[in-house]
Unconditional design. Structure first.
Length: 197
């Protein structure tokens, strides 16, 4: 028989088990509740949990068969978190002193900082020839200084006029186009231009 995928979540009073058996026929599903054992069968698929981490009140447990999963609701005999489905932990009812002990399960946290560092380290650094934005404002500034320094007087005039009249949103090197009139402000897509004086 093949074991079936499952997961659970719990409160102090109940534990809900999801058994992922898509399209299960409610008439073919067989479930058995015992104080420290749970059995699920549906044709060739099965799930046996033994011994359960804690004792359950069998007549208070129930289940529903859905289209994607079978949801099983265990009612715990003793209050507290199990932290797992099966285990050899002593039955809390056998020793009244242990009934106040609660166990918790802590999921390992994803190290997003490490993942980001790994991705950035694996990326190939671009040179200023490949991307003018490499190196931040200093490199970009030197890029524009080179264009301006190597340009003729008309190109320099076009760059100065277009940049200053557009509020820094346009930089043109075409003097024939720029000299015809005032250069319009063209904010980036999704942005709105506001005058601050």
């Amino acid at each position: 028989m093949a074991t079936i995928r499952h997961e659970f979540y719990e409160t102090d009073e109940r534990l809900t088990l999801s058994i992922f058996d898509k399209g299960a026929d409610p008439g073919a599903v067989k479930i058995t509740f015992e104080p420290r054992k749970f059995t699920y069968t549906n044709g060739e698929k099965s799930l046996v949990l033994e011994p359960l981490k804690g004792q359950i009140t069998t007549d208070a447990c129930d289940y529903t068969v859905g289209k994607v999963k079978v949801e099983v609701r265990f009612t715990k005999t003793a209050m507290g978190r199990w932290g797992g489905l099966i285990g050899d932990s002593p039955d809390p009812l056998a020793n009244s002193a242990s009934s106040s002990v609660k166990t918790t399960s802590v999921k390992p946290r994803k190290n997003w900082e490490g993942i980001t560092t790994d991705i950035l380290a694996s990326e190939k650094e671009k040179t200023t020839e490949e991307d003018a934005n490499v190196g931040g404002d200093a490199t970009l500034n030197s890029f524009f200084q080179k264009i301006y320094g190597d340009a003729d007087e008309d190109t320099k005039r076009a760059m100065m006029k277009s940049y200053s009249e557009s509020g820094g949103t346009t930089l043109s090197t075409n003097w024939d186009e720029v000299r015809k009139g005032k250069v319009e402000v063209k904010p980036p897509a999704g942005a709105e231009w506001k005058k601050w004086n």
